[in-house]
Design a protein around this ligand. Structure first.
Ligand SMILES: [Zn+2]
Ligand SMILES: [Zn+2]
Length: 277
């Protein structure tokens, strides 16, 4: 397998350091709606030269336990950070750096409090993407204006590969017109541009940093978005101090119609027979 090559990517945010490590944030495994086990993704990371991975399965963190257990057995070993994607009443929230079970369907402030009190960090996922159950910009403004910092988001996910792919397709003249005229297309509004602009103009005001994600569901889209961080520092600490940079693959993976249908069938099977939470 071809290792991860930096020239295949475009740095869209942050300043790379000469001595770099790389992480992939926001991966879905068979423990939610992804394809591939936690161990398979950890092995892929090792083969590609990715040092850190964060799984964000919907409302469970089982992949972490499986993959972290073998991390040390993989050569070179891959650091696995615990994480999950939590359904809140305000949209999807990433819980990173804690194994805590987070209850679903709470207001964002309450979800974040449980995450922060357990030593983790809360991420506003696929910020502002109206086609998904994302956190809105106004929710981040509301939540991070709360006088209690334990209710706050630490991060926004401004560049999410799945969102970027839809936006790239919509930027094409003919395809864009079709997508925009379709019912779901009305929700396409270039969320990443707005999220990145929010970060530039209001990131300091609301004291949030950026943590971008691949939103990978498949081994082929695993590293469509990669986060660089200085060697010798931990992935999360570097992110919390704003020292990371974001690399977006120039040729991201788009599933063929056949693969798309195969994945859809797989998801339908899993809906009938969901993994135990
Ligand atoms: Zn989500
Ligand atoms: Zn997700």
């Amino acid at each position: 397998m071809k290792p991860f090559i930096e020239s295949d990517y475009q740095v869209v945010r942050g300043i790379p350091t000469p001595d770099a490590n790389f992480g992939v944030f926001h991966i879905h495994t068979v423990d939610s709606d992804g394809k591939g086990t936690g161990i398979q993704f950890a092995k892929r990371a090792s083969l590609l030269g990715i040092q850190t991975i964060v799984f964000l399965d919907h409302n469970n963190g089982r992949a972490y336990k499986d993959a972290a257990a073998v991390g040390g057995g993989i050569n070179p070993s891959v650091i696995v950070i615990p994480g999950r994607e939590v359904n809140s009443l305000d949209g999807h929230i990433g819980s990173v750096g804690t194994e805590e079970d987070i209850p679903v369907d709470l207001p964002a402030e309450e979800t974040n409090r449980i995450i922060n009190e357990s030593g983790g960090s809360a991420v506003a996922l696929h910020l502002g993407d109206k086609a998904t159950d994302s956190i809105s910009l106004d929710t981040v403004r509301r939540v991070n204006s709360n006088p209690d910092p334990m209710t706050h988001f630490s991060f926004i996910e401004g560049n999410n590969a799945a969102t970027l792919k839809v936006e790239k397709a919509v930027a094409l003249p003919v395809l864009g017109l079709i997508v925009r005229l379709s019912p779901r297309g009305r929700k396409v509004d270039f969320a990443s541009k707005k999220a990145n602009k929010f970060m530039d103009e209001e990131g300091a005001t609301y004291d949030v940093k950026q943590l971008d994600g691949s939103d990978a569901h498949y081994w082929k889209d695993f590293a469509d978005v990669v986060t660089g961080y200085p060697a010798g520092e931990g992935f999360l600490n570097a992110a919390l101090s704003g020292k990371t940079w974001t690399l977006v693959k120039k040729r991201m993976y788009y599933p063929s119609l056949r693969e798309f249908q195969k994945q859809k069938r797989l998801l339908e099977i899993r809906k009938v027979n969901p993994p135990v939470v």
